[in-house]
Design a protein around this ligand. Structure first.
Ligand code: ADP
Ligand code: MG
Length: 570
């Protein structure tokens, strides 16, 4: 009983397949990168399993082709899949945010191909070049006669059946579309492998191609013997050394970029990277990337975050999020430690003081990389800020030790720039502070416009004092964790008594007191009329044009915070 069944792809897969086939045409060769990347992941996982029984499996990826049959086969001896795994991995998309992503697509081919790239194409990219794909796979611990064959033409359904397979691992057989037959070619495939997959740390093998003179037809009787002599020989076509263990000067930008795409499952080039070898008390290699674009699920609880962890070059786990704080969750990369044990687990990671030290050092690396970019490449930093600024604003609350460092990286809209773009630094603000000004003033509101048009700003505009205009959801949370910067305290101008310190001269102060005395009766009448809805009515010099404004008590919750709490049902 082969137990053959026909199943439908999840709706999202169908949509993605359709889009991919139509918008990635000009970049067809990436199918091979994706399939090799999966084979490499499968080998990593098998090696990890093998750690437990102490075996040392020989792992490789073999790529072969048949020009006449128009097929390419990518075979690995990695972890493999069982029937259940095949159905869920090759029939659905598990990624969070998929539905949202699909909604952002416009129908414009060029824009969509960018977006699909960002989303990651993975296994389904096989259908860019193939009109039929066969996957034969056997999981490491499954009997030979319980292997699985998956077949699909990519249009909406696939079949799965039980087969016999002698070897462990997965073979993906692409039946090329007529217009993609050029890929069934040794030279072409070797080129693509070197271009995209050279950094893969295990050997990618192809059959040696016979030179022309060796292919000459042999005399009748000799033919058989010659064939035996020339039994096809496999040769390694990539560098096959873990990229991060190589020295920086030997690695080209292209190699870094391709490596990034492999580990991040992203499709766009990274914005920046930092590759380091640390020696001394702790020994490890790290390679950290800042992506160019924020992922769709940056705010999703179960987004893929953390680094890929290796111990002595052996893959241990994905998403090791113990090595970086949450507010740097957008960083992708690899850390390879010589100090951790090969059977390290998540539980151990959480307690190991070596991990804590590495986290401190890696955090500093990232912040330094950003600081350098902000200084030397302000335009690129502006792009970074647009993508990830909101997340970085979580930093001061989470990372007390690096508060000042993170504060330097923050960017704001202010009354100085008169623009919603967040492009002003605190250092810039401080350098523009007025004679006698000892505080950094800010206001929070729901939108930039509400902040920029607040009556609270009137006195500041009059005196020419700059105010930070905050309107992001996280801003109140951020400001509640920012006591001071460069020795200057932060002051919310919509809160409590407005103390302009020495910015007010004695005359101003006297005038305010006089007018308060004069208006005592009026203030009392207003307070009586408003009753309990206000705590106090005061004369102010905050305003120049507006007759009155509401302020929040010094220690009361801000309006934004209050709404967040209300939304949370508090
Ligand atoms: P991703 O690699 O980002 O997870 P893919 O679409 O490339 O997404 O692959 C989907 C899943 O299918 C993988 O996560 C893996 O579980 C499974 N898979 C794909 N190729 C292989 C393979 N060669 N060996 C084992 N599992 C595989
Ligand atoms: Mg993949």
């Amino acid at each position: 009983e082969a137990q053959k069944e026909t199943l439908g792809f999840q709706t999202e897969v169908k949509q993605l397949l359709h889009l991919m086939i139509h918008s990635l045409y000009s970049n067809r060769e990436i199918f091979l990168r994706e399939l090799v990347s999966n084979a490499s992941d499968a080998a990593d996982k098998l090696r990890f399993e093998a750690l437990r029984d102490g075996s040392d499996p020989k792992l490789d990826i073999r790529i072969s082709f048949d020009k006449d049959a128009r097929t390419i086969t990518i075979a690995d001896n990695g972890i493999g899949m069982d029937r259940e795994g095949v159905i869920s991995h090759l029939g659905t998309i598990a990624k969070s945010g998929t539905a949202d992503f699909l909604k952002t697509l416009t129908g414009d081919q060029q824009k969509d191909s960018q977006l699909i790239g960002q989303f990651g194409v993975g296994f389904y990219s096989a259908f860019i070049v193939a009109d039929k794909v066969t996957v034969e796979t056997r999981k490491a611990d499954v009997a030979e006669d319980k292997a699985v064959r998956w077949v699909s033409d990519g249009s909406g359904e696939f079949t799965v059946e039980t087969i016999e397979k002698e070897t462990r691992g997965t073979s993906v057989i692409l039946h090329l579309k007529p217009e993609a037959e050029e890929f069934a070619d040794g030279w072409r495939l070797r080129n693509i492998i070197r271009k995209y997959s050279d950094h893969i740390s295990l050997p990618i093998l192809m059959l040696k191609e016979l030179a022309m003179d060796e292919q000459e037809p042999a005399a009748e009787g000799e033919q058989k013997k010659q064939q035996e002599d020339k039994a096809p020989e496999w040769e390694t076509v990539n560098t096959a050394k873990a990229l991060w263990t190589r020295s920086r000067s030997d690695i080209s930008d292209e190699e870094y970029k391709e490596f990034y795409k492999h580990i991040s499952h992203d499709f766009t080039d990274p914005m920046k990277w930092s590759h380091n070898r640390v020696e001394g008390k702790l020994e490890y290699n790290s390679l950290l990337f800042i992506p160019a674009k924020a992922p769709f699920d940056l705010y999703n609880r179960d987004m893929q975050k953390g680094l890929k962890l290796y111990v002595q070059r052996v893959y241990i786990m994905d998403q090791a999020d113990e090595f970086l704080p949450m507010y740097l969750r957008f960083i992708k990369g690899v850390v390879d430690s010589n100090d951790l044990s090969l059977n390290v687990s998540r539980e151990i990671l959480q307690k190991d003081p070596a991990v804590e030290s590495m986290k401190t050092a890696l955090t500093k690396r990232v912040l330094d990389m950003l600081e350098k970019m902000a200084k030397k490449e302000p335009e690129q930093y502006a792009e970074f800020w647009t993508e990830f600024g909101q997340v970085l604003k979580e930093g001061p609350a989470e990372d007390f030790a690096n508060r000042e460092k993170v504060a330097k990286l923050l960017r704001f809209a202010t009354t100085e720039s008169e623009n919603a773009t967040q492009d002003q630094s605190l250092e810039g603000y401080v350098s523009r502070m007025k004679e006698g000004q000892d505080k950094i003033y800010y206001i929070t509101a729901d939108t930039y416009n509400a902040a920029a048009n607040s009556p609270h700003l009137e006195v500041f505009r009059k005196k020419g004092v700059e105010v930070l205009l905050l309107s992001d959801r996280v801003d109140e949370w951020l400001m509640s964790h920012m006591q001071e910067f460069d020795g200057k305290q932060f002051a919310d101008i919509a809160r409590g008594d407005l103390d302009l310190g020495t910015l007010d001269n004695e005359d101003d102060k006297k005038a305010l007191e006089d007018s308060a005395k004069e208006k005592e009766d009026l203030l009392k009448r207003i307070k009586d009329a408003l009753g309990d809805s206000v705590e106090e009515v005061r004369v102010t010099h905050r305003l120049t044009d507006s007759p009155a404004c509401l302020v929040v008590g010094q220690f009361d919750m801000g309006a934004q915070m209050r709404r967040i709490m209300e939304a949370a049902g508090q």
